[in-house]
Design a protein around this ligand. Sequence first.
Ligand code: ZN
Length: 398
Amino acid sequence: MNPQKTPKIPYTLPKAEMHTHISLALSNEAFIRRVKKKRTDLSLEFLIDRETRYYPDLAKFHGTYESMRHMTNTQQELADTVQGYLERIAREGAIYAEISNSYREGADFEWQMEAVSAGIECARHNTGIEARIVVTTLRDHGAEKAEAAAKFLTSYKNPYVTGFGLVGDEGLNQFMEFSKALNIAWHDAGLGLSPHVAEQHLHNAVDFLEAIPQEALSNHPRDMRRLRLGHGVLIHLSSDLIAEFSDKQICMEICLSANKRIGLPDATKAHAIGEIITSQNRKRTVTIDRPLTHYYESIADHPIKHFMDAGIPVCLGSDNPLLMNTNIGKEYSLVNQAGVTDRADHLQLTRNAILYANVDPLTRARLLSHIDDYQDQVEQSDILPLETALGYKKAFMD
Ligand SMILES: [Zn+2]
Protein backbone atom coordinates (compact mmCIF):
# COMPACT_ATOMS: atom_id res chain seq x y z
CA MET A 1 0.00 0.00 0.00
CA ASN A 2 1.19 3.48 -0.80
CA PRO A 3 2.09 4.92 2.62
CA GLN A 4 1.03 8.38 1.44
CA LYS A 5 -2.47 7.24 0.76
CA THR A 6 -4.98 7.28 3.56
CA PRO A 7 -6.73 3.94 3.92
CA LYS A 8 -10.38 3.86 2.95
CA ILE A 9 -12.89 2.82 5.52
CA PRO A 10 -14.50 -0.51 4.59
CA TYR A 11 -17.90 -0.32 2.97
CA THR A 12 -19.14 -2.89 5.48
CA LEU A 13 -18.58 -0.59 8.48
CA PRO A 14 -22.09 0.50 9.56
CA LYS A 15 -22.48 4.19 8.77
CA ALA A 16 -25.01 6.95 9.31
CA GLU A 17 -25.65 10.07 7.25
CA MET A 18 -26.81 12.78 9.65
CA HIS A 19 -26.72 15.96 7.59
CA THR A 20 -27.80 16.14 4.00
CA HIS A 21 -30.04 18.49 2.03
CA ILE A 22 -31.92 15.92 0.07
CA SER A 23 -33.58 17.76 -2.80
CA LEU A 24 -30.27 18.24 -4.63
CA ALA A 25 -28.68 14.94 -3.64
CA LEU A 26 -28.89 13.73 -7.23
CA SER A 27 -26.64 11.06 -8.64
CA ASN A 28 -24.12 12.11 -11.27
CA GLU A 29 -26.21 10.27 -13.88
CA ALA A 30 -29.37 12.17 -12.94
CA PHE A 31 -27.42 15.43 -13.01
CA ILE A 32 -26.15 14.65 -16.52
CA ARG A 33 -29.71 14.01 -17.70
CA ARG A 34 -30.82 17.38 -16.26
CA VAL A 35 -27.91 19.15 -17.99
CA LYS A 36 -28.84 17.58 -21.32
CA LYS A 37 -32.42 18.78 -20.86
CA LYS A 38 -31.14 22.28 -19.96
CA ARG A 39 -32.73 22.13 -16.53
CA THR A 40 -29.74 23.98 -15.07
CA ASP A 41 -27.28 26.49 -16.46
CA LEU A 42 -24.42 24.35 -15.18
CA SER A 43 -22.57 22.15 -17.66
CA LEU A 44 -20.96 18.74 -17.43
CA GLU A 45 -17.74 20.55 -16.48
CA PHE A 46 -19.30 20.71 -13.04
CA LEU A 47 -18.58 17.00 -12.61
CA ILE A 48 -15.18 17.04 -14.27
CA ASP A 49 -13.42 20.28 -13.38
CA ARG A 50 -12.29 20.00 -9.78
CA GLU A 51 -12.42 23.72 -9.04
CA THR A 52 -16.13 24.06 -9.87
CA ARG A 53 -17.02 22.30 -6.66
CA TYR A 54 -14.90 24.59 -4.47
CA TYR A 55 -16.56 27.80 -3.29
CA PRO A 56 -14.55 30.82 -2.13
CA ASP A 57 -17.46 31.99 -0.01
CA LEU A 58 -21.01 31.12 0.95
CA ALA A 59 -22.47 33.48 -1.67
CA LYS A 60 -20.75 31.55 -4.45
CA PHE A 61 -22.02 28.31 -2.99
CA HIS A 62 -25.57 29.62 -2.77
CA GLY A 63 -25.32 30.83 -6.37
CA THR A 64 -24.50 27.31 -7.53
CA TYR A 65 -27.26 25.92 -5.32
CA GLU A 66 -29.73 28.32 -6.93
CA SER A 67 -28.75 27.27 -10.43
CA MET A 68 -29.65 23.70 -9.48
CA ARG A 69 -32.85 24.52 -7.63
CA HIS A 70 -35.18 23.41 -10.41
CA MET A 71 -33.64 20.02 -10.95
CA THR A 72 -36.19 18.34 -8.68
CA ASN A 73 -39.42 20.02 -9.68
CA THR A 74 -41.94 17.22 -9.60
CA GLN A 75 -43.11 14.75 -7.00
CA GLN A 76 -41.61 11.90 -9.03
CA GLU A 77 -38.24 13.64 -9.35
CA LEU A 78 -38.06 14.36 -5.63
CA ALA A 79 -39.11 10.83 -4.66
CA ASP A 80 -36.56 9.38 -7.12
CA THR A 81 -33.84 11.62 -5.69
CA VAL A 82 -34.59 10.52 -2.12
CA GLN A 83 -34.89 6.85 -2.97
CA GLY A 84 -31.82 6.89 -5.20
CA TYR A 85 -29.73 8.66 -2.58
CA LEU A 86 -30.73 6.36 0.28
CA GLU A 87 -30.13 3.25 -1.81
CA ARG A 88 -26.70 4.55 -2.84
CA ILE A 89 -25.62 5.20 0.71
CA ALA A 90 -27.02 1.83 1.85
CA ARG A 91 -24.51 0.28 -0.57
CA GLU A 92 -21.81 2.33 1.17
CA GLY A 93 -22.80 0.75 4.49
CA ALA A 94 -25.30 3.31 5.79
CA ILE A 95 -27.96 1.91 8.09
CA TYR A 96 -29.60 5.25 8.86
CA ALA A 97 -29.99 8.75 7.43
CA GLU A 98 -31.53 11.96 8.64
CA ILE A 99 -32.32 14.01 5.56
CA SER A 100 -33.49 17.59 5.46
CA ASN A 101 -35.99 19.32 3.26
CA SER A 102 -37.17 22.94 3.40
CA TYR A 103 -40.51 24.02 4.72
CA ARG A 104 -42.81 25.52 2.10
CA GLU A 105 -46.12 27.21 2.66
CA GLY A 106 -49.29 25.50 1.51
CA ALA A 107 -49.70 22.60 -0.88
CA ASP A 108 -46.04 22.56 -1.97
CA PHE A 109 -45.04 21.29 1.46
CA GLU A 110 -47.64 18.50 1.37
CA TRP A 111 -46.60 17.10 -1.99
CA GLN A 112 -42.93 17.40 -1.18
CA MET A 113 -43.30 15.53 2.11
CA GLU A 114 -45.36 12.85 0.37
CA ALA A 115 -42.56 12.44 -2.15
CA VAL A 116 -39.79 12.35 0.45
CA SER A 117 -41.75 9.85 2.56
CA ALA A 118 -42.43 7.62 -0.46
CA GLY A 119 -38.73 7.69 -1.34
CA ILE A 120 -37.84 6.68 2.23
CA GLU A 121 -40.35 3.82 2.23
CA CYS A 122 -39.19 2.40 -1.10
CA ALA A 123 -35.50 2.64 -0.17
CA ARG A 124 -36.25 0.84 3.11
CA HIS A 125 -38.21 -1.82 1.24
CA ASN A 126 -35.31 -2.44 -1.13
CA THR A 127 -32.35 -2.13 1.21
CA GLY A 128 -33.48 -1.98 4.85
CA ILE A 129 -32.08 1.54 5.37
CA GLU A 130 -34.00 3.62 7.90
CA ALA A 131 -34.45 7.38 7.47
CA ARG A 132 -36.16 10.37 9.05
CA ILE A 133 -36.80 13.94 7.89
CA VAL A 134 -35.60 17.22 9.38
CA VAL A 135 -37.79 20.09 8.18
CA THR A 136 -35.66 23.19 7.80
CA THR A 137 -36.46 26.87 7.48
CA LEU A 138 -34.25 29.48 5.92
CA ARG A 139 -32.85 32.09 8.31
CA ASP A 140 -32.78 34.56 5.45
CA HIS A 141 -36.60 34.58 5.55
CA GLY A 142 -36.62 35.73 9.16
CA ALA A 143 -37.79 34.49 12.56
CA GLU A 144 -41.50 34.94 11.93
CA LYS A 145 -41.42 32.52 8.99
CA ALA A 146 -39.50 30.03 11.14
CA GLU A 147 -42.11 30.34 13.88
CA ALA A 148 -44.91 29.86 11.35
CA ALA A 149 -43.21 26.70 10.10
CA ALA A 150 -42.77 25.33 13.62
CA LYS A 151 -46.42 26.14 14.41
CA PHE A 152 -47.58 24.40 11.26
CA LEU A 153 -45.64 21.30 12.28
CA THR A 154 -47.49 21.11 15.62
CA SER A 155 -50.52 19.74 13.76
CA TYR A 156 -48.74 18.08 10.85
CA LYS A 157 -48.74 14.33 11.11
CA ASN A 158 -46.03 12.44 9.27
CA PRO A 159 -44.13 9.68 11.08
CA TYR A 160 -40.94 10.47 9.19
CA VAL A 161 -40.82 14.13 10.20
CA THR A 162 -38.98 14.01 13.51
CA GLY A 163 -36.62 17.00 13.41
CA PHE A 164 -36.56 20.75 12.88
CA GLY A 165 -33.61 22.75 11.59
CA LEU A 166 -32.44 26.20 10.58
CA VAL A 167 -30.35 26.81 7.48
CA GLY A 168 -29.12 29.83 5.54
CA ASP A 169 -26.84 32.76 6.13
CA GLU A 170 -25.65 32.88 9.76
CA GLY A 171 -24.44 36.42 9.33
CA LEU A 172 -27.74 38.00 8.30
CA ASN A 173 -29.51 38.02 11.65
CA GLN A 174 -29.09 36.92 15.24
CA PHE A 175 -29.49 33.28 16.24
CA MET A 176 -31.39 34.39 19.36
CA GLU A 177 -34.22 35.62 17.14
CA PHE A 178 -34.99 31.99 16.37
CA SER A 179 -35.34 30.91 20.01
CA LYS A 180 -39.13 31.05 19.86
CA ALA A 181 -39.28 28.89 16.72
CA LEU A 182 -36.94 26.32 18.29
CA ASN A 183 -39.03 26.26 21.46
CA ILE A 184 -42.27 25.76 19.51
CA ALA A 185 -40.66 22.96 17.50
CA TRP A 186 -39.39 21.20 20.62
CA HIS A 187 -42.27 21.73 23.04
CA ASP A 188 -45.35 21.95 20.83
CA ALA A 189 -44.43 20.02 17.69
CA GLY A 190 -42.45 17.38 19.62
CA LEU A 191 -39.50 17.54 17.24
CA GLY A 192 -35.79 17.12 17.74
CA LEU A 193 -33.57 20.09 16.87
CA SER A 194 -30.57 20.35 14.56
CA PRO A 195 -29.98 23.93 13.44
CA HIS A 196 -26.90 24.97 11.45
CA VAL A 197 -24.60 26.75 13.90
CA ALA A 198 -21.08 28.19 13.71
CA GLU A 199 -20.31 26.95 10.23
CA GLN A 200 -19.48 30.52 9.20
CA HIS A 201 -19.89 32.71 12.29
CA LEU A 202 -18.75 31.75 15.78
CA HIS A 203 -21.12 33.99 17.74
CA ASN A 204 -24.01 31.76 16.66
CA ALA A 205 -22.64 29.00 18.89
CA VAL A 206 -22.69 31.30 21.92
CA ASP A 207 -26.27 32.33 21.19
CA PHE A 208 -27.26 28.73 20.43
CA LEU A 209 -26.60 27.77 24.06
CA GLU A 210 -28.96 30.54 25.19
CA ALA A 211 -31.60 30.11 22.48
CA ILE A 212 -32.32 26.40 22.73
CA PRO A 213 -35.01 25.06 25.07
CA GLN A 214 -32.95 24.10 28.13
CA GLU A 215 -35.09 20.96 28.59
CA ALA A 216 -33.50 19.65 25.39
CA LEU A 217 -30.23 19.26 27.29
CA SER A 218 -31.66 16.78 29.79
CA ASN A 219 -34.51 14.94 28.12
CA HIS A 220 -35.20 11.33 29.04
CA PRO A 221 -33.26 8.75 26.97
CA ARG A 222 -36.54 7.12 25.93
CA ASP A 223 -37.80 10.44 24.61
CA MET A 224 -37.20 10.18 20.87
CA ARG A 225 -36.22 13.84 20.43
CA ARG A 226 -32.59 14.79 20.29
CA LEU A 227 -30.60 18.03 20.18
CA ARG A 228 -27.75 18.25 17.69
CA LEU A 229 -26.11 21.06 15.85
CA GLY A 230 -25.25 21.20 12.19
CA HIS A 231 -21.52 21.90 11.70
CA GLY A 232 -20.34 23.83 14.78
CA VAL A 233 -16.78 23.56 13.49
CA LEU A 234 -15.85 27.11 14.58
CA ILE A 235 -16.23 26.28 18.27
CA HIS A 236 -12.65 25.00 18.05
CA LEU A 237 -11.62 28.65 18.55
CA SER A 238 -12.70 28.58 22.18
CA SER A 239 -11.79 26.11 24.95
CA ASP A 240 -14.84 27.46 26.83
CA LEU A 241 -17.17 26.33 24.07
CA ILE A 242 -15.47 22.98 23.56
CA ALA A 243 -15.76 22.27 27.30
CA GLU A 244 -19.39 23.34 27.37
CA PHE A 245 -20.39 21.22 24.37
CA SER A 246 -18.62 18.30 25.97
CA ASP A 247 -20.21 18.87 29.41
CA LYS A 248 -23.65 19.16 27.88
CA GLN A 249 -22.99 16.27 25.46
CA ILE A 250 -24.29 18.19 22.47
CA CYS A 251 -23.91 16.16 19.31
CA MET A 252 -22.15 17.83 16.36
CA GLU A 253 -22.85 16.92 12.74
CA ILE A 254 -19.44 17.33 11.13
CA CYS A 255 -19.33 17.73 7.34
CA LEU A 256 -15.67 17.55 6.37
CA SER A 257 -16.05 18.16 2.63
CA ALA A 258 -18.38 21.12 3.16
CA ASN A 259 -15.92 22.63 5.64
CA LYS A 260 -13.06 22.14 3.21
CA ARG A 261 -14.88 23.47 0.15
CA ILE A 262 -16.63 26.62 1.37
CA GLY A 263 -14.46 29.59 2.34
CA LEU A 264 -14.98 31.61 5.51
CA PRO A 265 -16.01 35.26 5.80
CA ASP A 266 -13.28 37.79 6.50
CA ALA A 267 -14.82 38.63 9.89
CA THR A 268 -14.36 35.03 11.00
CA LYS A 269 -10.79 34.89 9.73
CA ALA A 270 -10.08 38.09 11.65
CA HIS A 271 -10.89 36.67 15.09
CA ALA A 272 -7.97 37.14 17.47
CA ILE A 273 -6.79 35.30 20.56
CA GLY A 274 -8.13 37.07 23.63
CA GLU A 275 -11.28 38.31 21.92
CA ILE A 276 -14.41 37.95 24.01
CA ILE A 277 -17.73 37.01 22.43
CA THR A 278 -20.91 37.82 24.32
CA SER A 279 -24.30 36.32 23.66
CA GLN A 280 -26.95 38.69 22.38
CA ASN A 281 -28.83 38.49 25.70
CA ARG A 282 -25.50 39.30 27.47
CA LYS A 283 -25.82 36.27 29.77
CA ARG A 284 -22.87 34.32 28.39
CA THR A 285 -19.35 35.20 27.36
CA VAL A 286 -16.65 33.04 25.87
CA THR A 287 -13.04 33.82 25.14
CA ILE A 288 -11.25 32.98 21.93
CA ASP A 289 -8.08 31.24 23.06
CA ARG A 290 -7.25 28.97 20.14
CA PRO A 291 -6.19 29.86 16.59
CA LEU A 292 -8.36 29.24 13.57
CA THR A 293 -7.09 26.05 12.01
CA HIS A 294 -6.87 25.99 8.22
CA TYR A 295 -9.27 23.10 7.72
CA TYR A 296 -10.71 24.96 4.71
CA GLU A 297 -7.37 24.37 3.03
CA SER A 298 -6.45 20.98 4.40
CA ILE A 299 -8.58 18.24 5.96
CA ALA A 300 -5.55 17.32 8.10
CA ASP A 301 -6.15 20.59 9.99
CA HIS A 302 -9.79 19.83 10.75
CA PRO A 303 -10.55 19.91 14.49
CA ILE A 304 -12.78 16.80 14.46
CA LYS A 305 -10.20 14.76 16.38
CA HIS A 306 -9.88 17.50 18.96
CA PHE A 307 -13.67 17.50 19.41
CA MET A 308 -13.72 13.72 19.84
CA ASP A 309 -10.77 13.74 22.24
CA ALA A 310 -12.61 16.39 24.27
CA GLY A 311 -15.56 14.02 24.62
CA ILE A 312 -18.03 15.74 22.30
CA PRO A 313 -20.32 13.24 20.55
CA VAL A 314 -19.58 13.70 16.85
CA CYS A 315 -21.37 12.23 13.85
CA LEU A 316 -20.94 12.81 10.11
CA GLY A 317 -22.85 14.25 7.18
CA SER A 318 -22.14 14.86 3.51
CA ASP A 319 -24.22 18.08 3.52
CA ASN A 320 -24.65 18.50 -0.26
CA PRO A 321 -23.10 15.42 -1.86
CA LEU A 322 -23.45 16.53 -5.49
CA LEU A 323 -22.21 20.06 -4.83
CA MET A 324 -19.34 18.82 -2.66
CA ASN A 325 -18.34 15.80 -4.78
CA THR A 326 -18.78 13.50 -1.84
CA ASN A 327 -20.80 10.68 -0.35
CA ILE A 328 -21.06 9.32 3.14
CA GLY A 329 -18.48 6.59 2.51
CA LYS A 330 -16.00 9.28 1.47
CA GLU A 331 -16.79 11.40 4.53
CA TYR A 332 -15.96 8.42 6.77
CA SER A 333 -12.70 7.87 4.90
CA LEU A 334 -11.83 11.57 5.21
CA VAL A 335 -11.80 11.32 9.01
CA ASN A 336 -8.61 9.27 8.60
CA GLN A 337 -7.02 12.28 6.93
CA ALA A 338 -8.19 14.43 9.82
CA GLY A 339 -6.30 12.19 12.25
CA VAL A 340 -9.15 9.98 13.46
CA THR A 341 -7.50 6.71 12.51
CA ASP A 342 -8.65 4.36 15.24
CA ARG A 343 -11.14 1.77 13.99
CA ALA A 344 -13.11 2.00 17.22
CA ASP A 345 -13.51 5.75 16.66
CA HIS A 346 -14.91 5.19 13.17
CA LEU A 347 -17.61 2.95 14.59
CA GLN A 348 -18.19 5.44 17.41
CA LEU A 349 -19.19 8.05 14.82
CA THR A 350 -22.07 5.79 13.81
CA ARG A 351 -22.93 4.93 17.39
CA ASN A 352 -23.12 8.64 18.21
CA ALA A 353 -25.34 9.18 15.18
CA ILE A 354 -27.81 6.54 16.29
CA LEU A 355 -27.75 7.64 19.94
CA TYR A 356 -28.61 11.16 18.72
CA ALA A 357 -31.04 10.15 15.96
CA ASN A 358 -34.63 11.34 16.21
CA VAL A 359 -36.13 7.84 16.27
CA ASP A 360 -38.37 5.84 18.60
CA PRO A 361 -36.66 3.60 21.19
CA LEU A 362 -37.35 0.37 19.31
CA THR A 363 -35.81 1.65 16.10
CA ARG A 364 -32.83 3.01 18.02
CA ALA A 365 -32.29 -0.36 19.70
CA ARG A 366 -32.51 -2.17 16.36
CA LEU A 367 -30.03 0.19 14.71
CA LEU A 368 -27.64 -0.05 17.67
CA SER A 369 -27.76 -3.84 17.41
CA HIS A 370 -26.23 -3.60 13.90
CA ILE A 371 -23.35 -1.62 15.39
CA ASP A 372 -22.93 -4.10 18.27
CA ASP A 373 -22.94 -7.04 15.87
CA TYR A 374 -20.20 -5.48 13.75
CA GLN A 375 -18.14 -4.63 16.82
CA ASP A 376 -18.52 -8.15 18.25
CA GLN A 377 -17.45 -9.76 15.00
CA VAL A 378 -14.42 -7.54 14.53
CA GLU A 379 -13.35 -7.88 18.17
CA GLN A 380 -13.79 -11.65 18.29
CA SER A 381 -12.30 -12.65 14.97
CA ASP A 382 -10.56 -9.52 13.72
CA ILE A 383 -12.07 -10.34 10.34
CA LEU A 384 -14.18 -7.70 8.65
CA PRO A 385 -17.67 -8.80 7.63
CA LEU A 386 -18.04 -9.56 3.92
CA GLU A 387 -21.32 -7.71 3.57
CA THR A 388 -22.92 -4.59 5.03
CA ALA A 389 -25.16 -4.79 8.08
CA LEU A 390 -28.14 -4.66 5.71
CA GLY A 391 -26.82 -7.48 3.52
CA TYR A 392 -25.22 -5.75 0.52
CA LYS A 393 -22.17 -7.50 -0.84
CA LYS A 394 -19.46 -6.52 -3.31
CA ALA A 395 -17.17 -8.84 -5.23
CA PHE A 396 -14.04 -7.26 -3.75
CA MET A 397 -13.43 -5.18 -0.66
CA ASP A 398 -12.30 -1.71 -1.62
ZN1 ZN B 1 -26.14 21.91 5.69
